[in-house]
Design a protein around this ligand. Structure first.
Ligand code: FE2
Length: 338
């Protein structure tokens, strides 16, 4: 199936039995239309761009983060709680659902590729070398208890870094290795277009690379005496002391599906499906947001029960709440917004 998809517009917004079967075969479904006004989504996209470009502090986490702005911005919450999304995920995971995470995925012109990867486990931050589970599913965890919904806030074209899936990889765990961070699937060069002062500033404020605390990396490093090149090469060295995830994977011929889709459409996928995105080779921004929905019997942030409030992405989740978006709350220890 080497394909660029076409948008499904018919139907009241369900997958139906065939769509459900196809989902579990391929590992993804969509794109489908959200049915929200284009203007509202364009404004939301601009707001998300400012969050990234201006390094806004996420009030919940007290620092720059791209996670969980749906708990701060009601428009983003509205996007993720549309019946078009929730109804379909109910068909896949059952009637009781929590929305527990979201993230902004911004690809400006020239942005790097995100390499092929899959997430098999419990969102423990292994991609940056951590091992703190975010979810504790009921049972042995062999079945799928969490799905991701990816929403385009800009038109996604073949050139501007579309999400891609390797269809049918959702049932095969591909081995991965730990490599120096700058070689991982997730590393994006953070120095492009910055002056030495800006690099130093962002380093001290931990705003250089998401989820990495760089606040003290320049302690004892003579920034004034160093050139921009010396500074960035020093920081590369520091990144490479950290290990991150790399999956050696090439999709089988004919299995890559490229999600070319208009603003206001979404895809649903299992993180077990190999996915990634090519670089943005266009002169247009590609703004997207994702959210993660889990069955309501899943315990979110199990470490919380032992007083551990730093998650696998090095965020303090003591103020985090899940949203019950369908059915009943089935795990009394979860923190759910009332
Ligand atoms: Fe991913």
């Amino acid at each position: 199936m080497t394909s660029t998809n076409t948008l499904t517009t018919e139907g009241p917004g369900t997958l139906g039995p065939d769509g459900v079967a196809r989902f579990w075969r391929d590992g993804f479904a969509g794109p489908f239309p959200l049915g929200l006004p284009d203007k509202e989504l364009a404004e939301l996209a601009d707001r998300c761009e400012r969050i990234v470009e201006e390094r806004h502090t996420q009030p919940l986490y007290g620092r720059y983060a791209l996670r969980d702005w749906h708990l701060v911005d009601p428009d983003l919450e509205r996007v993720f709680t549309q019946e078009a999304i929730v109804g379909r995920v109910v068909e896949l995971l059952g009637p009781d659902l929590l929305l527990w995470r979201s993230k902004i995925f911004y690809k400006p012109p020239g942005a790097d590729a995100i390499g092929w990867h899959q997430e098999w486990g419990k969102f423990d931050g292994e991609e940056i070398g951590n091992s703190t589970p975010s979810l504790q599913p009921v049972g042995d965890g062999d079945d799928v208890w969490d799905l991701t919904v990816w929403v385009a806030l800009d038109d996604v074209t073949p050139e501007n870094g579309p999400l891609q899936f390797a269809a049918g990889t959702n049932t095969t765990k591909v081995p991965w290795v730990k490599v120096p961070m700058t070689q991982s699937a997730f590393y994006e060069e953070p120095f492009v277009g910055l002056t030495k002062e800006q690099v130093a500033d962002r380093t001290r404020r931990s705003e250089l690379v998401l989820d990495i605390d760089t606040a003290h990396w320049l302690d004892g490093f003579d920034v004034d005496a160093a050139s921009l090149e010396e500074l960035t090469s020093y920081l590369h060295g520091r990144f490479d002391e950290l290990l991150a995830k790399f999956t050696d994977f090439e999709p089988a011929p004919g299995t890559v599906a490229t999600m070319v889709m208009p603003r206001g459409s979404f895809v649903i996928f299992s993180e077990r499906t190999m996915h990634g995105s090519p670089p943005n080779n266009s002169d247009r921004r590609r703004m997207a947001v994702n959210c993660r929905l889990t069955r309501a019997d899943t315990l979110v942030y199990p470490g919380r029960l032992q007083g551990a409030f730093i998650d696998g992405s090095n965020l303090d989740i003591s103020k985090h709440e899940s949203l019950l978006v369908a059915g009943r709350s089935l795990e009394p220890r979860n923190v759910i917004r009332g």
